[in-house]
Write a protein that binds this ligand. Structure first.
Ligand code: GTP
Ligand code: MG
Length: 215
């Protein structure tokens, strides 16, 4: 799938403030600094779209980006129909106060549980690290709440090819202790563009199946 246009729309502190259109929506979540905003920029092929930072805690609101702005009067085929990308604040940033941490958790969980347009949540995992309890707990919480999700391993450029495969397999093995069926997963690098085609194709296929259901 190709992206025609990508633009920033709005930042919301609450799920009620999010855009009203019912376009398919794909959100990105994960620990602070895992590379959510960078991945969105890589997908949209625009390094300036979402704000990134080497300091954790950069994204503090629910940020909506519109892909493939609708053109008035034009009939869209499913392949270039509009959809949203959503950049969420990271969880588990230790330097926030307890109160701020709770507010972030509330913002994130109410978005995930209440946002009807949210088609799928991508949970980002730094491929360099051993499986972290905070991510495994979060994935378990998604399962308990029936939230559709896929896993995106990030920063693939930072490990050797050998370690990359080993780390991914290790992660999947740990997940299989929790899950009978493993979620879809992608291995990406925002530096090299690795995984871009696969992710866009996956999103495109879901968009097409949604469009077909609506017909
Ligand atoms: P918060 O908004 O704070 O939750 O962080 P985030 O998950 O949006 O992370 P962000 O995209 O801002 O990236 C954090 C840091 O990791 C930045 O310095 C990025 O340049 C770097 N980074 C992100 N993705 C990659 C990647 O694939 N490869 C490499 N080498 N660096 C990356
Ligand atoms: Mg961010």
């Amino acid at each position: 799938m190709k992206i025609n246009t990508a633009e920033y729309l709005i930042s919301s502190a609450k799920v009620e403030q999010c855009p009203k259109a019912g376009y398919p929506e794909y959100a990105f979540i994960g620990r602070s600094n895992v590379g959510k905003s960078s991945l969105i920029n890589m997908l949209a092929d625009n390094a300036k779209l979402a704000k990134t930072s080497s300091m954790p805690g950069k994204t503090v609101l629910i940020n909506h980006f519109l892909i493939n702005r609708p053109i008035e009067g034009k009939q869209h085929n499913a392949a270039d129909a509009p959809w949203y990308l959503v950049d969420l604040p990271g969880y588990g940033y230790a330097k926030r106060s307890k109160k701020a941490q709770e507010e972030f958790e509330h913002m994130i969980s109410s978005y995930i549980l209440e946002r009807e347009q949210m088609t799928l949540l991508f949970i980002l995992i730094d491929v360099r690290l051993e499986p972290q309890k905070i991510d495994l707990d979060f994935i378990e919480w998604l399962g308990e709440n029936g939230v559709p999700f896929a896993i995106v391993f990030t920063k693939a450029d930072k490990v050797s090819k050998g370690r990359l495969g080993g780390n991914v397999q290790h992660y999947l093995k740990v997940l299989s202790q929790q899950w009978e069926e493993l979620p879809p997963y992608f291995v990406t690098s925002s530096e090299t563009g690795k995984g871009r085609e696969e992710l866009l194709q996956y999103i495109g296929e879901i968009n097409i199946s949604i469009a077909n259901q609506e017909e």
